[in-house]
Design a protein around this ligand. Sequence first.
Ligand code: UTP
Length: 303
Amino acid sequence: MTRKTKRVRKAVLPVAGLGTRFLPATKAIPKEMLTVVDKPLIQYAVEECIASGIEHVIFVTGRRKSAIEDHFDLAPELESFLEEHGKSESARTVREIGGDLQFSYTRQSVALGLGHAVLCAAELVGDEPFAVLLGDVIMASPAPATRELIEICDATGGAGAIHVERVPRERLHFYGIIDAETVESPGGGNAAWNDRLLRVKNLVEKPSADKAPSDLGITGRYVLPPEIFDYLAETKPGAGGEIQLTDGLCRLAAAEQLYATVFQGRTHDAGDKLGFLQATVEIGLKDPKLGTQFREYLRKLKL
Ligand code: UTP
């Protein structure tokens, strides 16, 4: 538990999925580019990377996903146009989309599951711990979700870390559910996650309510040691030829190298239509420019 770990500098954002739950919107537009208030979904995840101290974002893309690459590329013509027309604030907004991040892109030619998508980034990640953020999940909290996991990875000498949340019984079969035990935080300390650290003993992907080992479901943020690539490479494809990330996580758990913490913020699964609408309403209500008017509008809405 005391091995010296490398710093988490890289984040993998898998965006190669087909987005079938959002058809027809996602026939030509990547799901991750659907807009919540005034930003595409994927930008929320990239902003979390910046706030968490990530330096290099690796997108795992597929066909019809080039809009994501364009969104995080420089746009000198657009910036000059905006400056020349007195729209300096908009020019700054465009310029600052990717912060100081370095971006790399790799392809998952066939959407063979989240585990397979992560494995596609192995070469770009190399031999160091890294974060994984699901681009269609927005996690809003005072302490950025990924930063907390990086702290846990550091404190545990390089173990994996995931966020979990309590899931209602009727929704357990949508999640990876953990079997875990409470552990003392290694080395004490006063980090916010200290008194809610769990060691994961096992995970079950999408269990029925009677087979679920707990009500704690994985929500879409991970920090993983590079060994996960070996585990995923050895994983046999399951139903539909997919390689699930959960299978690699089970191997980490078996080696006592996976920790979890119960997320203390608000998660929006915006890859789901209802979750997307809820995200739009809640983030719209918090918007400094629109919030007051939007609240007024919702109050007056005759339902
Ligand atoms: P989802 O399961 O929510 O995305 O995966 P999906 O498969 O695109 O959605 P539906 O179910 O068909 O509507 C979570 C994230 O993982 C990526 C997706 O792009 C999404 O951002 N993903 C999923 C991949 O990159 N590759 C895959 O093979 C599967």
